[in-house]
Design a binder for this molecule. Structure first.
Ligand SMILES: [Zn+2]
Length: 336
């Protein structure tokens, strides 16, 4: 008579539970395989969860990279368009045009610094988002148009102006209509403003005096030409900041850029899209938006109603002029 097959004998011993768990090598191998399969399953689930999380990080990085690319394109456009800027300045000299183009490029460079330094602040409290529209380089042929639009929508803004002849009425109108007047250097000529600390101080004092005589306002707000983190200054910018601090003058950079300073043509739609996409992406409760009130920037004026309407349609935002209570947005902070 044939003896039963090995597997039947094995099964019989399992049923009888006669110590096979401890003694039989085959059974030990089976348990080892099952443990391995279990581990692999657990690891797979863990890896899937990890991958999901990485995908979210990748999305954030992609958004950041897109913003960086956009800013890089602006710089390229700024470099290409130096000649165009010279042509646009119909009433200015060629030198002034070149300087303006240089200013545009440097200010656009700050967009990148801004993204890196102030891109997102997770510690901001939730609540109403305060948005400050700011206009640099004015007054200009467009100041009245900008003021008309702001008046129509009941919005107060901030003008960081230069020292210019022939725009006396516009300086006064800015103040009379309740907007904030800030300084942006008298000459906006980097080679003069940033030659040394004395030149910087002289330029600022000249503008402060000029504005006081015209409007009766003693300005205590400053925006550096090119921003506080500009690459054009021969002075260590922390010395300029310390000088302003000592004088009790607060300076503001920006954390949202309209991109209207890159020199090349920017449509009103592009400017509006730039502003609104950054406002939606930025996790901050104070947003300072950079615009330019300058010849050749007609599309900034065109974009303004669209931008104001979109912001006013958001129920968690408020459009305000910069005041003493405004949280400073600064690319470089110097604490003494
Ligand atoms: Zn400027």
């Amino acid at each position: 008579m044939r003896s039963p097959p090995a597997w039947a004998y094995f099964l019989l011993r399992v049923v009888r539970n006669d110590g096979i768990l401890m003694q039989d090598d085959k059974y030990k191998k089976l348990i080892a395989v099952m443990v391995c399969v279990g581990c692999i399953c657990v690891l797979s689930v863990f890896c899937s969860l990890l991958q999901l999380q990485n995908m979210k990080h990748m999305e954030n990085r992609m958004t950041f990279m897109e913003n960086m690319l956009l800013a890089m394109n602006r710089i390229e456009a700024g470099n290409r368009s130096a000649e165009e800027v010279i042509r646009m300045n119909a009433d200015g000299s060629m030198e002034a045009g070149q300087q303006s183009a240089e200013a545009d490029v440097v200010e656009v460079e700050q967009d990148i610094n801004m993204s890196a330094a102030l891109g997102k602040n997770a510690e901001e409290e939730e609540g109403i988002i305060k948005i400050y529209l700011t206009f640099d380089d004015g007054p200009s042929i467009y100041t009245d148009d900008i003021l008309d639009i702001l008046d129509k929508y009941g919005v107060k803004a901030t003008f960081f102006v230069n020292g210019k002849e022939g725009y006396e009425e516009q300086y006064r109108r800015i103040v009379a209509e309740g907007h904030t007047l800030g300084m942006h250097s008298y000459s906006h000529d980097y080679s003069k403003v940033y030659a040394d600390l004395d030149s910087f101080a002289d330029d600022m004092y000249t503008l402060q005096t000029y504005l006081y005589e015209l409007t009766g306002v003693e300005c205590e707000l400053y925006r550096f030409p090119g921003g506080s983190s500009n690459n054009a200054s021969k002075i260590d910018m922390t010395r300029c900041i310390q000088y302003l601090n000592a004088k009790g003058i607060r300076y503001f950079d920006w954390n949202v850029s309209s991109g209207d300073a890159s020199g090349g043509y920017k449509s009103a739609d592009t400017i509006a899209l730039n502003v609104m996409s950054q406002i939606k992406a930025l996790d901050a409760d104070t947003m300072v938006v950079l615009f330019h009130d300058a010849s050749g920037k007609s599309t900034t004026v065109e974009a303004l109603p669209m931008i104001i309407e979109k912001i006013q349609a958001m129920d968690d935002t408020e459009l305000l002029p910069i005041t003493d209570d405004t949280q400073p947005i600064q690319h470089i902070s110097v604490h003494e």
